[in-house]
Design a protein around this ligand. Structure first.
Ligand SMILES: Nc1ncnc2c1ncn2[C@@H]1O[C@H](COP(=O)(O)OP(=O)(O)OP(=O)(O)O)[C@@H](O)[C@H]1O
Ligand SMILES: [Mg+2]
Length: 225
């Protein structure tokens, strides 16, 4: 059984307001985000589309607290975003999986718990349950190199949910997968988030995947609409 965290009332899971980000490279100034605001209530799914280079990954990195905005405010559950809370607050799924090559599927899922603190029998059981839930119960001892692309991304989905986060950020999670495999990964991601009351921000180029989210947004000219 995967512990469920049903949506509760209270502060938004994610509240970003007025986020701005400019990159400097040499003499060039590139303002990627001008004024981005986004509120995500508990358990909601939101898709973000936008042209290549429009700043989607930049935004995901800001929302994850992996990079700092030049201006604006970011709250996680009503409190200022703080790297010390990241591992318990959110899970991230990237386009290129980012699994640790030397570790098998189970150890990769457990990494999320390891970052947060101790790994014991309870965490091992949960990691194994999550692997089974994404259809990889028989692949727990496979290294990433011994998994297909879709299987690797399913491991990454299990890892993202390992700490029962309030929010999952996914940056083109199907970008390296064929269409059918990508569809299956999205179904799994949306289904698991729904089942556990986890909010989801999904960056995607795929209109059909975006349409499966409760709310659809587009990033254009540095703002989100
Ligand atoms: N570290 C950096 N330094 C300078 N410019 C950067 C940096 N990171 C990204 N950029 C530029 O910022 C813009 C937005 O990049 P970003 O990766 O956020 O786009 P994206 O919307 O995710 O695109 P894609 O759909 O191709 O993934 C691009 O023009 C990119 O060249
Ligand atoms: Mg990107």
């Amino acid at each position: 059984m995967i512990a469920s965290a049903l949506p509760t009332s209270g502060p938004s899971v994610l509240a970003a307001s007025g986020l701005a980000k400019t990159y400097l490279s040499g003499a060039q100034r590139l303002q990627v985000l001008r004024d981005v605001s986004l509120q995500v209530p508990a358990g909601e799914s939101v898709s973000i589309r936008g042209e290549s280079g429009s700043g989607k990954s930049t935004l995901i990195n800001l929302l994850a607290g992996l990079d700092a905005p030049d201006a604006g405010r970011l709250l996680w559950l009503g409190q200022p975003a703080d790297a010390d809370r990241r591992a318990e607050f959110l899970g991230i799924v990237f386009q290129s999986f980012y699994l640790i090559p030397e570790m098998d599927a189970l150890a990769n899922v457990l990494m999320a718990a390891r970052i947060r603190g101790a790994v014991g029998a309870e965490q091992r059981r949960r990691a194994a349950d999550l692997l089974a839930r994404v259809g990889l119960g028989e692949r727990a001892t496979h290294l990433p190199a011994q998994l297909s692309g879709g299987e690797r991304q399913r491991v990454a989905v299990a890892r993202a949910l390992m700490n029962a986060p309030k929010l999952v950020l996914a940056d083109e999670p199907t970008g390296n997968l064929d269409e059918r495999t990508g569809d299956a990964v999205i179904e799994l991601l949306l289904g698991l988030c729904r089942e556990t009351g986890t909010a989801l921000v999904l960056v995607t180029h795929n209109a059909a995947h975006a349409a499966k989210c409760a709310r659809q947004l587009t990033l254009h000219d540095g703002t989100l609409r």
